[in-house]
Write a protein that binds this ligand. Sequence first.
Ligand code: URA
Length: 213
Amino acid sequence: MAIAFPNVTVLNHPLVQHKLTLLRRKDTATSVFRQLMRELSLLMAYEVTRDLPTETVAIETPMEVMQAPLLSGKKLCFLSILRAGNGMLDGMLDLVPSARVGHIGLYRDPATLVPVEYYLKFPDDVQERLVIVVDPMVATGHSAAAAITRLKQAGVSQISFACLIAAPEGLGALADAHPGLPVYVAAIDRQLDGHGYICPGLGDAGDRLYGTR
Ligand code: URA
């Protein structure tokens, strides 16, 4: 039985699903994997930004003056959860080149399993921006939840989360920690294995992006 996650949008666009299938394949080469993640992230950025407010302004075309929409409201910031989140930045920035970028590094303490922050850099005006947190994989959801807690501590009030593949366990943990958070995913997979990997998933996203294994 499918578990309902009310604030989760699954991007079932055929291009997204096709590219995700190619990404998952174990024989997809590192360079192709990186390019596919870039393309998927661009398509995701299109959906994640669907509700951005616009205002109507007067412009002049070569033919005449017209009233036309332009983005208004908060500027964007992408927050990458290191290291695999970096694989989603280029595609997002292709679509929104003026966005600022923050980074957060977290590792899991082997004794307590609690995420520990080892790196943090936000733009100075992060609290004035709509922040889209990116991480291709949501497994336990603990890193995602910790990153969002950190943003809230910094005064950010408008936050969305974008990932490619999520485990139901991770989405549940994220919803418990941050009720109402808008989450965008390309797929919700079956479950975590005993080592915290998503099944069927795509393996370790960081290793596949950077060819480190
Ligand atoms: N991170 C990954 O890169 N892959 C998983 O399956 C889970 C977490």
